[in-house]
Write a protein that binds this ligand. Structure first.
Ligand code: SF4
Length: 441
């Protein structure tokens, strides 16, 4: 999402811990949508009041808060326990200027109202966004993205993120964990850890010790994974680089604490291309590392992305990449043809690859990977898998296995399973497969 022109939202949260959970969920989504949460009426373009309707004094406090927000700011969205039944009518009568009134846990409606009254169309930018384009929509409430840092210390030659967002700034681990806990309390069953470089978490603060529920925790990927692993939900790691210390989190995957899934953007397999790309961990022996991870956790799913046709990529470089792909046997792979991004250092590199060569390499790459992916999925037929249900229609349920991140990986179809709900977790044998998706039931 574009964060260049952030829109400001004020937020007043009243009431019990359950209301607070709703507030956290709404705030997380607003921040992901590119809104900034501000502490003063003055700076806010709209104010959300999450009310409490438990007892009369709480109701009065809520009504007072709404009145104050209207007189100080003017644009007010009301939600929470007072937003249903008779109480909702009382609010509308007393404060007719209120823009919208909804009840508790109305995340989608509240976020929708903010978008309506303070329009902010986040433009998906494939060069800088962490969340896939579909994620710009409201994430279904059973999974959520957990952003652990902003910015990046690397300087990959094709990327403009460091220029736009600056160097790495890790969020305090206590804040990240509290947000994660809040999301889980609000019904989230899968947390997707995102950042520009998840393996670098904490480097900027020298792995400072933070606190979560009074317990000391290092600002470090391993400590974060251990703590997240205690929350009892799926934890999926995105944007990890193959540094040696990543080996330390693989046992957590083997023990079932976090999902056996790593999203590692390798981008290429040829050392000379990686060098020109200035990729982090380019000197690491990625294939050896992968073999080691599979030794520790044989079920690990590896997802990656690659770029073909980077300036100076020779036929020999490309063949090295195909060999890498063949040997790495990655489960999920995306491939892009290189295209220059305004402002990126790679634009000055010589030996641009002609468009038709890029296309031809892309096709060869995809043909090989499709075969690998199809074979890997075929091998799953007959095995039992856990499936998190994303959607249900009249034909059945559609979910994902531990090997599938939402929006970017495959799906699992459960034909006829119309009695399930989004967010349900089921276990079923795999009955069929194609290049990307599975059928189970
Ligand atoms: S690691 Fe490279 S590609 Fe990723 S954000 Fe940093 S500079 Fe950009």
């Amino acid at each position: 999402m574009s964060t260049s022109s952030k829109k400001n939202v004020g937020f007043i949260s009243l009431g019990c811990p359950k209301a607070l959970v709703d507030s956290e969920r709404i705030l997380t989504q607003l921040k992901l949508d590119g809104y900034e949460i501000v502490p003063t009426y003055e700076d806010a373009e709209v104010v959300v009041v999450n009310t409490c309707g438990f007892i009369d004094s709480a109701k009065q406090e809520s009504l007072d808060a709404i009145g104050e927000a209207i007189s100080e700011n003017g644009k007010v969205i009301v939600t929470g326990c007072m937003g249903k039944g008779n109480d909702a009518e009382v609010i509308k009568e007393l404060h007719p200027k209120v823009l919208s009134v909804t009840g508790p846990a109305a995340y989608e409606e509240v976020v929708g109202a903010v978008h309506e009254f303070v329009p902010h169309t986040p433009v998906h930018d494939p060069y800088t966004d962490l969340v896939p384009p579909q994620g710009v929509k409201l994430t279904p409430r059973h999974y959520a993205y957990l952003k652990i840092s902003e910015g990046c210390n690397h300087r990959c030659s094709f990327c403009i993120i460091p220029a736009m967002r600056g160097d790495l700034v890790s969020r305090p681990i206590g804040d990240v964990m509290s947000e994660a806990e809040g999301l889980v309390r609000a019904g989230v069953r899968e947390l997707l850890v995102i950042s520009q470089d998840t393996s670098a978490y904490g480097i900027d603060v020298k792995y400072r010790t933070g606190f979560w529920n009074g317990r000391p925790l290092k600002t470090r990927m391993q400590a974060l994974c251990e703590a997240l692993g205690e929350l009892g939900v799926w934890v999926r790691l995105h944007y990890v680089y193959p540094y040696p210390h990543v080996d330390n989190v693989i046992p957590l995957m083997a023990e079932g604490k976090i999902l056996p899934y790593l999203d590692i953007p390798f981008q290429h397999g040829s050392p000379s291309v990686l060098k020109r790309m200035k990729r982090p961990a380019a000197a690491e022996k990625s294939l050896e590392r992968i073999a080691r991870w599979r030794e520790i956790c044989p079920d690990i799913t590896l997802r990656s992305t690659f770029i073909v046709g980077f300036p100076g990529e020779t036929e020999q470089d490309f063949e090295v990449l195909l060999d890498f792909l063949q040997e790495a046997q990655l489960d999920r792979v995306g491939c892009f043809q290189y295209s220059p991004v305004a402002g990126a250092a790679a634009n000055d590199l010589p030996d641009a690859v002609p468009e038709e060569v890029k296309q031809e390499r892309w096709e060869r790459f995809m043909a090989l990977q499709q075969q690998i992916s199809a074979d890997k999925l075929q091998a799953k037929i007959g095995s039992e898998i856990d499936i998190l249900i994303d959607a249900v229609d009249e034909q059945g349920a559609i979910g994902r296995s531990t090997a599938d991140a939402p929006e970017i990986d495959g799906k699992v179809y459960l034909n006829g399973a119309t009695d399930l709900q989004p967010g349900d977790m089921v276990r079923a044998p795999v009955t069929g497969a194609d290049e990307y998706d599975l059928w189970a039931g």
